[in-house]
Write a protein of this length. Structure first.
Length: 155
């Protein structure tokens, strides 16, 4: 009978430890659905600020599977405005003051959406090694859907 309280305490500590690993702005399941397959997650959050990074894992036999495995999404949330993507194409319906921009650097293509909800700023980055025209259109759609989720979670 004495082991029951100890067991309950250990289970609650495990639950608290697990909760710290979850991204507060986008679930791992949603990230997997957006990126088209299983993802690994890295979360660093404290006091409502921080980063979540999702990387597509696994490579199939098709060339498009290999490029999908190189997808990485990063969400950064802060009370200070990000320096990246300060100007770009204005977006409506994604928080406030949202802009879209893209860049190519050292063989990597990055698409970014920067915005804010009230006094909280967010920056989403979707990066890939592949940059064909059709892939870029689908990357932007994925990024916009993720940004809508993040902005909604910040309201």
């Amino acid at each position: 009978m004495r082991s029951l309280p100890v067991l309950l305490i250990l289970l609650s500590l495990c639950a608290v430890g697990r909760a710290q690993e979850d991204c507060p702005w986008l679930t791992q399941g949603t990230a997997a659905a957006l990126l088209g397959g299983d993802v690994s997650a890295s979360v660093h959050v404290a006091k409502g600020e921080g980063t979540c990074e999702f990387s597509r894992v696994g490579v199939g036999n098709q060339p498009e599977d290999a490029s999908a495995a190189n997808l990485k999404m990063r969400i950064a949330v802060s009370h200070l405005p990000p320096k990246e993507c300060a100007t770009g194409e204005r977006l409506n319906g994604i928080g406030q003051d949202a802009v879209f921009c893209a860049t190519d650097w050292e063989g990597e293509h990055q698409e970014l959406i920067r915005g804010r909800v009230r006094a909280t700023f967010f920056l989403l980055t979707l990066a890939t090694r592949r940059s064909s025209g059709s892939d870029l259109k689908s990357l932007r759609r994925v990024l916009e859907q993720a940004a809508e989720e993040v902005a909604g979670s910040l309201f």
